[in-house]
Design a protein around this ligand. Structure first.
Ligand code: V47
Ligand code: SF4
Length: 379
């Protein structure tokens, strides 16, 4: 459908004139403002957002839904920080804490067959005694074991600690990590990029400017990254808009972000201990608004491990074009926080079927969105 046809359809509805003006901008391919974005959060209904987000997603990436064959490695859940929403970090010596050696991490990769793995995603707590040299050794040992594997590793918060301990700049840190085998960086640690809010939920960790500076340094060193947003806790709509605005501004400068990943707050076993989680409608509205506002991001990812498969599949109709990976029961961050998937695993066939059932073409990608294999949907 063309933008003008979509706009004529939307204009038939009895809509608030401000919302109609935003729809006109989107259908004409014009960037929406922060005020527009706030109004969408405050006033726009799901059906309206879905129509627009589907249109924008189709214009940008057609009917393709990307996935990859990946596992996570969580080297340790011991962490110097104490984020109130985190269900996963434990103090040293706690029976639920763990520390994997480099040998144990290599063993985990060796147990996964070569043709069911193209990416290792490595993220953990900020362990007080593990420094840049340890992580460089880990990366180079993984590359020695499986030279073709791509490594997407470390949140900005982990990088911040490595750089501080080594007494070197972020750029120098990335040079060393890249040399050891780092291919891309995940988007964690962003939470909400608002320092007043961070003081309440993650007071000791890297502030907003540092998170952004580290991603900028990664992009300038040729390391593409993702960006996340932890939503559905105590943040306001205005803080979500400010968060998205910081990401869009940086992307205008560097073009180094691959995907945006909204992460729904899950409430079990953490100090924040909110009574409820957001209803599905709010999750879907949030995906759609991200697609409409972040006009310079190609990929919006539904991380099915955090959302559950059903909701992630529905999100494909609200601007999403990426389903993350097969995982093979390798991450505990979300199961410890009460997510539906207690042992998250999808075979490649299940992943493709899930995407086909939603009427879309499944494309296996690598960590930087090169196409590996396309599985068209037969309608
Ligand atoms: O930074 C922690 C979040 C993130 C909870 O880049 C929680 O491809 C919800 O960033 N409820 C780490 N969220 C995970 C992450 C990620 C995951 C998948 C793919 C990618 C990617 C990145 O998990 C943390 C934090 O924002 N988190 N606790 C919780 N209770
Ligand atoms: Fe540590 Fe990350 Fe948990 Fe914060 S969210 S306590 S930085 S593991």
């Amino acid at each position: 459908m063309t933008g003008s046809k979509l706009y004529s359809l939307i204009a038939l509805q009895n809509l608030n004139s401000d919302l109609l003006a935003i729809a006109a901008k989107i259908c004409a391919g014009t960037r929406i403002s922060n005020e527009d974005c706030l109004l969408l959060y405050e006033k726009a209904e799901l059906g309206f957002l879905g129509m627009l987000a589907n249109y924008v997603r189709t214009q940008k990436t057609g009917d393709v839904v990307f996935f990859n064959k990946n596992i996570h490695i969580e080297p340790s859940n011991i962490c110097i920080h104490n984020c109130t929403f985190c269900s996963y970090s434990k103090p040293q010596g706690d029976p639920q804490s763990w520390e994997m050696s480099i040998e144990q991490m290599k063993e985990k990769i060796a147990q996964t067959s070569e043709n069911s793995l193209t990416e290792v995603h490595i993220v953990g707590g900020v362990h007080p005694e593990r420094k840049l040299d340890f992580y460089c050794e880990l990366l180079s040992e993984i590359k020695a074991l499986r030279p073709k594997i791509q490594i997407k590793a470390f949140t900005a918060v982990e990088i911040d600690y490595m750089a501080q301990q080594a007494g070197i700049s972020y750029a120098e840190t990335f040079e060393k990590l890249k040399h050891a085998g780092l291919d891309a960086m995940p988007g964690g640690g962003a939470e909400i990029l608002d320092d007043n809010l961070r003081a309440k939920i993650c007071s000791s960790k890297s502030n907003s400017a540092t998170w952004l500076a580290i991603h900028q340094a990664a992009h300038e060193s040729g390391v593409p990254t993702n960006a996340t947003m932890l939503y559905g806790h105590i943040e306001t709509f205005a803080q979500r808009v400010a968060h998205l605005s910081k990401l869009r501004d940086l992307q205008d400068v560097t073009h180094g972000f691959n995907a945006f990943i909204p992460l729904k707050y899950r409430k079990e076993n953490n100090e924040l201990a909110l009574n409820s989680e957001l209803p599905w409608i709010e999750d879907l509205r949030n995906f759609a608004i991200a697609r409409l506002y972040l006009d310079n991001f190609d990929h919006i990812k539904a991380y099915w491990v955090a959302l559950g498969k059903d909701l992630a599949q529905i999100a494909l109709d609200f601007g999403v074009n990426d389903f993350d990976g097969t995982i093979n029961d390798s991450t505990k961050i979300y199961s410890m926080a009460g997510a539906e998937e207690s042992k998250p695993t999808l075979t490649e066939r299940e992943m493709i079927n899930l995407i086909h059932t939603a009427g879309r073409t499944a494309v296996e990608r690598d960590s930087v969105y090169n196409h590996i294999h396309s599985y068209p949907h037969e309608s």
